[in-house]
Ligand binder design. Sequence first.
Ligand code: MG
Length: 273
Amino acid sequence: MATIPEQYESQRVGVQGYRVLNLDLDGVCADYKGAIRDYLQRQGIDVPERALQTAHYNLTREDGWPFETLDDYIETHKAAEREHLYATMKPLPGVAQALQRLANEHVYIRIVTHRLFVSGQHQMVVSDTAQWLDSNRIPYMSLCFTGLKDSMQATIHIDDSPANIETLREAGQHVVVFDQPYNSTYAGPRIDSWSDTNVETLLTLFESCRSKGCAGGSCDSVRVTLVIGFRCGLCGRDYVSDRMICQLTARFLLSGLMILFWRPHDLKKSVPD
Ligand SMILES: [Mg+2]
């Protein structure tokens, strides 16, 4: 068994411990839309190849797909699940090799997927997902089924869903966007495939995050407490108030906007009696 380098052997996530990758499956590791299209073709329903390049995440809003309503889509999805969609879908090119390389670099890979969003077939979904991961030689340490992706901190998340990208970033988490037509308007960092170059990019991002002192999640969510003061324009005295003690994010501090006010020792000397 390989020895784990000292800097990664702690179970604390972040600077002194694991580098954790929370990894989405559908649209990131597996070709979900291609598999749904294949299922429909087997039912005699033609879906043109151009329909795979959807501008929206939701298939009910797209030309070429036969879904008038969300219920139509859910029924098709459940039927495809019963034909073991999640055990048989195609992996995206190079994903196993890329993840194996990250695992070899001691990145803790945690699969986080929302595949239980439809009730009634959970045993099949969980079983087929585990089978797919094994048969496609995808390395991972944890397998989590949740749609609440911001409930699970990581050093880096990789996701394709616009809603997940927004939610995770609002929670101060680092997200690498996996390129899909429906997420092209979101800011990077992003990767467009599981190429060697993109694995290098991910490893660089992991180290960048560690060097900035990320503690389990985002560097920017590290909270600091500042004492805010101000100088009266009329009498020229400096004031500081308990009521003005507040918490700001490190990002705000680093922006420099608050640096002008960061004079706690000077201000304490001149607090009025
Ligand atoms: Mg996805």
